[in-house]
Every structure is written in structure tokens, then in C-alpha cells.
Design a protein around this ligand. Structure first.
Ligand SMILES: C[S@@+](CC[C@H](N)C(=O)[O-])C[C@H]1O[C@@H](n2cnc3c(N)ncnc32)[C@H](O)[C@@H]1O
Length: 229
């Protein structure tokens, strides 16, 4: 079974808040919650992510898994609305196709039509170059495998840890990867993720994170925020 090949065969599906996500064919694995893609991303990565850091005019964010770019566009919206400068670095091994990107335009327009031009721009950007979108958002999309990517140390305020789940991609949730994230964060920085699995939380603690359980989005009891002391 060639998992790499399978990861590139996907179907666009509707979620319960009317926003779309992707499903990996022949699996139950989705890019976002079936209970609402935008609702989930907003709850986890915006409300409990960038909005949880107060009084900082600049934020550095590293995203594990650019995917559909929903987290990225919501982070952009947050930056612009709150007048905060975000430097956003996002890694992706299996970029989605232009046809898949186009399938999300409707979702973006329903959510906030003003975001559509930026959403398109984010997807058209060249990989592995730094791009200044406007006064509030600077983005670098890295086309690479997280497993052997070296992240800068003590650089990020927040890591959006949005890999597929530990059952599907156990290798990305191992202590060595979590240690790498720990090192990449500034002190007081944190990793935020939808995953609340017990073993994952023990592994976070084993690499010295302090772990917080937060209420989840619809359909999910808890999510996890892990802070670097
Ligand atoms: C749960 S989805 C993330 C969804 C994304 N944040 C979004 O808003 O659409 C996981 C993402 O991680 C990517 N990915 C999986 N394995 C990877 C790896 N080893 N290195 C980099 N990216 C990977 C997948 O292709 C997918 O886009």
C-alpha cells in the first residue's frame, strides 16, 4: 500500500457548518472536522491560538500542514482585523491541486467575500519564498517533508500542529517531532492542536511541554495546548 500516493487522492466534501473540506479517498481521514471545517479552524487555531496571545504587536506562526489554506486565511483575517503583524511559515508535503483550491472559493465567499483575492493569492505564491502580502501578513510556504525539516530554534510564538491524526500518521506525533517543535518555540510559546489523545499528551510532557486541556469545537470534547516554559 503506497500511502504517499493515496494522500494525493482526495474528494471535496461538505461539513455541517456548510464549509467544505477534503476527504482522503478510501479512508475516513478528513482535513478538518466533519462537524464544520471553518468552525473547527476558528475555534482551535484562531480563538485558542493567535487570539490567546495578548498585547503582542507581532506574532510568528509555524503551521504543520498548509493543506487547503483555511487556517492560513483565517490567520490573515485575524491579523488584519486586530492590526497585528503575523509572520506565517507553513509546511506542506502534498500540495492540493488548482481544481481542489477552486472548490474552496465558495466556502471563502460564504464566510467573508473580502478574503477571496487573498485566498487565491496565498495558493498562487511560489513555494519556499518569503512573501509580503500587506502590512499585516508575511508568508512563506515550504514544500517539504516535516519529518526531515529543520525548524529554526526559539523563533515561533505559536505552532499550529495540524497533521493528520496519530492513527493515520503516527510518525509525525512521536517525541522526536514534538521535541523539534518545543525547540522551535520561544519561551512562553505554545503548540495548539485538535488532538487530545492520552499518549500524545504524555509524549508532550516527556519533552517538557506543560499541557493544557481546552474545550473542543462541536463534536469534540477537548483539544490540547502545550506551552514551552
Ligand atoms: C489535517 S490536514 C491540514 C489541514 C490544513 N491545515 C488546512 O487548513 O487545510 C494535514 C496536512 O498535512 C500535510 N502533511 C502530511 N504529512 C506531511 C509531512 N510529512 N510533511 C508536511 N506536510 C504533511 C497533508 O498533506 C495535509 O495538507
Amino acid at each position: 500500500l503506497n500511502k504517499d500516493k493515496n494522500l494525493m487522492k482526495r474528494t471535496v466534501i461538505d461539513t455541517e457548518d456548510n464549509s467544505k473540506t477534503l476527504l482522503i479517498n478510501n479512508t475516513e481521514v478528513t482535513y478538518h472536522s466533519r462537524h464544520g471545517a471553518i468552525t473547527e479552524s476558528t475555534h482551535i487555531f484562531i480563538e485558542n491560538g493567535v487570539a490567546a496571545i495578548k498585547h503582542k504587536p507581532r506574532l510568528t506562526v509555524f503551521e504543520m500542514g498548509f493543506g487547503t489554506g483555511l487556517n492560513a486565511i483565517l490567520a490573515y483575517e485575524f491579523a488584519k482585523t486586530h492590526g497585528i503583524k503575523i509572520q506565517y511559515h507553513t509546511i506542506e508535503k502534498y500540495p492540493i491541486t488548482n481544481a481542489e483550491v477552486a472548490a474552496f472559493y465558495e466556502t471563502i465567499v460564504q464566510y467573508n467575500p473580502n478574503l477571496l483575492p487573498i485566498y487565491k493569492q496565498l495558493h498562487r505564491l511560489e513555494w519556499d519564498t518569503n512573501n509580503i502580502i500587506d502590512d499585516y501578513f508575511e508568508v512563506k510556504k515550504i514544500e517539504s517533508d516535516m519529518l526531515d525539516f529543520h525548524i529554526d530554534n526559539n523563533y515561533y510564538d505559536i505552532i499550529f500542529f495540524d497533521a493528520f491524526g496519530p492513527k493515520f500518521q503516527p510518525e509525525l506525533w512521536q517525541p522526536d517531532q514534538l521535541k523539534k517543535c518545543y525547540n522551535a518555540l520561544k519561551s512562553e510559546g505554545f503548540l495548539i492542536t485538535y488532538c487530545a489523545q492520552g499518549q500524545f499528551k504524555r509524549d508532550l510532557k516527556s519533552v517538557l511541554f506543560s499541557v493544557e486541556n481546552l474545550p473542543g469545537p462541536p463534536g469534540k470534547r477537548e483539544i490540547t495546548r502545550a506551552k514551552k516554559a
